[in-house]
Design a protein around this ligand. Structure first.
Ligand code: PAF
Length: 300
């Protein structure tokens, strides 16, 4: 039998996933910082109760970690992993699921010995207090290998899949990540600009104009990169997501409202970097990038 998963990042998605795995009898363990471990008394899921998943901190781990599911925010990942890297087995399996792009590639360069997988989820949840979450709509989760090992991704998807949190393997995870990046690029910064829920981006004429422009710029960049088939009908896709999640506050708006750093670097910042390298002008995204990164010094 394979080793159970350790979950790094007990925010909304990590906690929800952990609870669903625990309910399915897959015995995940939370990996917490020592100060968080001191406060931890179980995870609470609104409407369903408390779940006492085991939790450890890296310092107290006896055996090297062989399977790590990383659900922390993109801007926290590199430093969190450099702290725990000495506790990982040399060929550990590491699955990174978060908004944005770029971090998994950096990890791959820094830790070529790990078996690295990347993932994306449309499951919704928000954290109302530490270790307390509310689910906000069921979605799908895809994972895949950045180096294209589909067989292994299938095995991992099976072990991470559970009722209430289905996971599938994806043969081209870069395409799936690019599609999710497009959605996050359109919805997240604009919900911050207009301080609104996702659905209001469609009913507010100024916000909707911005949404159209962000999508058009993203599409033009995709054309320049030969990725246009990945984001055909982007505005329709974004509109559908905004409709389905109309009542949600985007993760970026939640971060801004809570005074936390945002994922703007791995979302719009990543896209602006790619556009600059390709010599493509994306002024609306550029302005959003500058505006949002001003909001929290730790984002820079
Ligand atoms: O980051 C988020 O909030 C979500 O990925 C999405 C899809 C924009 C829905 O709120």
């Amino acid at each position: 039998m394979s080793d159970p998963w350790l979950i790094l990042g007990a925010g909304s998605i990590g906690a929800l996933w952990g609870i669903r795995l625990h309910q399915a009898g897959k015995t995940p363990t939370l990996l917490l910082r020592p100060e968080a471990l001191g406060r931890y008394e179980g995870l609470t899921l609104s409407g369903e109760g408390k779940f006492c998943l085991p939790a450890v901190s890296a310092e107290t781990i006896v055996h090297p970690i062989s399977r790590l599911l990383v659900c922390c925010k993109s801007h926290q990942t590199l430093s969190a992993l450099s702290d725990i890297a000495p506790h990982l087995a040399p060929n550990a399996t590491v699955v990174v699921v978060q908004n944005g792009m770029g971090v998994a590639e950096q990890l791959q360069k820094k830790y070529p010995q790990w078996q690295l997988f990347s993932g994306t989820t449309t499951n919704g949840a928000h954290r109302s207090a530490p270790f307390t979450i509310t689910p906000a709509g069921r979605g799908d989760t895809l994972i895949g290998s950045l180096t294209g090992n589909f067989r292994q991704a299938e095995t991992l998807a099976e072990s991470l899949s559970c009722p209430g949190f289905p996971v599938n393997a994806c043969s081209d995870i870069t395409e799936a990540l690019w599609q999710k990046l497009a959605i996050n690029c359109a919805i997240n910064p604009l919900t911050v600009r207009y301080r609104c829920r996702n659905g209001e981006l469609l009913s507010n004429p100024a916000a909707y104009r911005d949404l159209q422009q962000v999508c058009e710029e993203f599409f033009q960049l995709s054309v320049a990169l030969g990725r246009e088939s990945w984001v055909e009908n982007l505005l329709d896709t974004v509109t559908e997501v905004a409709c389905k999640t109309a009542a949600n506050r985007s993760s970026m708006l939640q971060d801004v409202e809570a005074g936390r750093a945002t994922e703007i670097e791995a979302i719009t910042g990543y896209v602006c970097g790619i556009a600059a390298d390709a010599g493509i002008d994306i002024p609306v995204n550029q302005t959003l990038y500058q505006d949002i990164r001003q909001l929290h010094p730790a984002t820079r």
